[in-house]
Design a protein around this ligand. Sequence first.
Ligand code: ARG
Length: 583
Amino acid sequence: MTEVLAAMVLAQNAVTGAMARVLPRQLSERDPLVRPSEHADFQSNVALALAKAAGQPPRELAQALQQELAGGVVSSTLSGAGFLNLSVDDAQLWRQVEARLADRRLGVGEPLVGTRTVIDYSGPNIAKEMHVGHLRTTVIGDSLVRVLSFLGGDVVRQNHLGDWGTQFGMLIQYIDEHPEARWQGADPGEQVSVLDGLYRAARQVFDADPEFVERARLRVVALQSGDEATLAVWRELVAVSTAAFQQLYDRLGVLLTPEDSAGESTYNPVLDEVVQELVDAGIAVDSDGALCVFFDDVTGPDGEPAPLIVRKKDGGYGYAATDLATIRHRIRKLEADRILYVVDARQALHFQMVFATARRAGWLTDDVEAVHVPFGTVMGPGGTPFKTRSGGTVRLSELLDAAVEGAREAVADKPHNLDGEALERVIQAAGIGAVKYADLSTSRAKNYVFDIAQMVALQGNTGVYMQYAHARVRTILSKAPQDSLDAPVDASLALHPVERALVLALDGFDATLREVAQELEPHRLCGYLFALAKAVTDFYGACPVLKPESAGVRANRLALCRLTAQTLARGLDLLGLQAPDRM
Ligand code: ARG
């Protein structure tokens, strides 16, 4: 593992070095203000920024810096009132390519070594099918897991399954009263679909029959007090649902496994203690029989202070109490430095109150970061809320089926020489990838329309386009003679402008990943890969790779292709997409 300093960092270091020689200490340690530029590789306007403080005209200061830069790997020219245009030496850029290729990690550093991040994502509900509402949390959360782990972080996945609460009393009571109601099916997916139906039937009776409500309530008491017969049914519900979720996770290619499950029920034994701590500290107070936490800055729609209800009037604990337990557990037991809750934007207020309470209780301190990572809604065609024709919720598995069919048509439209199983694998990878990429490439906060035709389009910032871009580079590589693939890079060759643009694009991978990890915005990685795909297309459009003017040029261009293919494949993997070699 050798971290390769990006060209941008080399330029920053060079300017910082020059500053140290021409400026007094208190100025020389300032930001060298290096940015990518249209006119050169980079530009610095540090001379303009510091001229006044240095008591020198900007152009003069720029000239002094330029003189210091002369002869190094980063050369400069002067423009305008005192801008420095910075260009990295060709040989240095080739060495960047060589060094990244020699490293399994493509020269990307591991800034997160020694930090632990807990990521709460997916969190579907037991006895119900996963629906469109679980897509974003699952896909975004998984990509963040991948990026943070790749950057060296220690990442703990937590699947906060909805596996506890009064609804289980209702469902189990209904099942008990309808012995004929079983959840047969060919596989867990179908079984859970039957369960979902039972759940809806139970809800109907619950809404219509007050006597059933009372029996369901007693069933909740039985469940909570550990009645064995009740627990047995509950366990069965959990087992079937977990198996069905796993099927879907495997199909989606997300990393979650049953070991990552830490559902609401796991916090049940500590809720009394959690709440007692809040009562003892005077944070949770009685309000009309319920236990609540109030905040100065949180008011409801009516302008009255909106409380976090820690314990309901009937003594029951709800979603809030459980989430208070999650944050305490993740800090105290899991020893998290950073906790991410990848949950729908509509729960912003809930998390604001949970975090504020945890801070008051002293669980959440300044050295721990708790972040609600919110996201917008997936809309149906036409930008309306996503519903089935009959007004029901759209099942996630159906969406995936539809996307795979869309990808089947899109792939059929392109000439290819795949068949049988290999073709089917590519179609699945393209369809599932299309859904994930469409989700990840929109900035998190925005809503987006689930539009299959657009997702599987062969042009534009889509998963299918990215996978094709990768496969095209692999195809070029597969046509090269073996010995030319292993030939060393010749750093003495001049860089063609499109080669240069490609090297600089490749060099930006590390910075992009750091940004994603910082901002928790996978769409930046999509944007980066899209730009890289364009840079490589320009490159092989202008520079023949397989039949260039000399063997040396060919070796260098093949090295660029290899590094690009590896960077695209790695980038797609960090988004959770497959990158087939042939398409
Ligand atoms: N089960 C919840 C739902 O379906 C999501 C849980 C999110 N995680 C959390 N710690 N609250 O909306």
